[in-house]
Ligand binder design. Structure first.
Ligand code: AKG
Length: 274
């Protein structure tokens, strides 16, 4: 067996056993800058009509009222953000890693951009497949850091050991710390771990692992991230709000609508099905 095959097998085994993997410097600095500049310019005058998802409970002084997340930019080919997002959603480097993690092709189902400005609330611990409802198996996220991130500016956290948990019904989150309402309490003795990342790093994680982020407590630093969700090719069920594209950008038909899906992370004033 040649060493390349050994390396690939160990990456798949590592992802399957740990449920997450950080691909350091997956994107080049110029690519990160292009993405960050494009989304920031699009929102230069405030939320982008049709793309930004207003945070329902954000008062006028909440930084998320000014910088809400952008949902599904890949669907908006009328905006410069559409083609740009698709370029990275279907990027060959991402595709190659997904193939190694899944052992098969992936289909893309979601894209989001988070600005997370200074003072913004985070997104409490949750499991993605609670929202995406993929069957059989689960979904997979690619979370690409557009700024360096750490505990101060609200980096992503994962709970090692939770990667094979069933999807559980969440408790209520602390609304002063999280703009989304669900909280999945890690079972003892598991604890969240902050994943320090540099701009251009990509964190891949499965849809069962508990993850989320704390508030951005930094006075000046944004914590921007481009986030994609994928499902294994051949998935037969997917929640509402999502639709699948293969890596050529062609819509995949025949996937049943799962019961109880919704946007990833219901907000406080929008009550989800649970
Ligand atoms: O970026 C964040 O703060 C949270 C993102 C997240 O949890 C997700 O995309 O599922």
């Amino acid at each position: 067996m040649d060493t390349g095959v050994v390396a690939e097998m160990s990456l798949q085994q590592q992802f399957r056993s740990e449920g997450f993997f950080v691909a350091r410097q997956l994107l080049l600095p110029a690519e990160v800058k292009e993405i960050g500049d494009a989304f920031t310019a699009a929102a230069a005058n405030g939320p982008v009509p049709g793309l930004s998802a207003p945070v329902a409970d954000a008062g006028a002084t909440d930084p998320l009222a000014r910088w809400p997340r952008i949902m599904h930019p890949h669907r908006h080919m009328e905006s410069p953000l559409g083609p740009l997002t698709r370029r990275y959603l279907f990027d060959q480097r991402v595709k190659a890693l997904l193939w190694q993690f899944l052992g098969k092709e992936a289909w893309a189902v979601n894209s989001m951009f988070y600005f997370k400005p200074p003072g913004a609330r985070g997104q409490e611990l949750h499991q993605d497949n609670f929202y995406l409802r993929v069957r059989p198996g689960t979904c997979l996220a690619a979370w690409i850091a557009i700024d360096d991130c750490d505990a101060e500016n609200g980096a992503l956290q994962v709970v090692p050991g939770s990667q094979n948990m069933q999807t559980v019904c969440p408790e209520k989150a602390d609304q002063t710390r999280s703009f989304t309402a669900a909280f999945v309490r890690p079972p003892a003795p598991l604890k969240p771990m902050v994943v320090d990342m540099q701009a251009g790093d990509a964190l891949f994680f499965n849809g069962q692992i508990i993850h989320g982020s704390g508030p951005n407590t930094s006075p000046h630093r944004f914590r921007r991230a481009l986030i994609f969700h994928y499902i294994p090719a051949g998935s037969t069920e997917l929640g509402e709000f999502y639709s699948a594209l293969d890596f050529s950008g062609t819509a995949v038909g025949g996937i049943r609508l799962a019961v109880g899906g919704g946007p990833c992370g219901d907000e406080f004033a929008i009550q989800g099905p649970h």
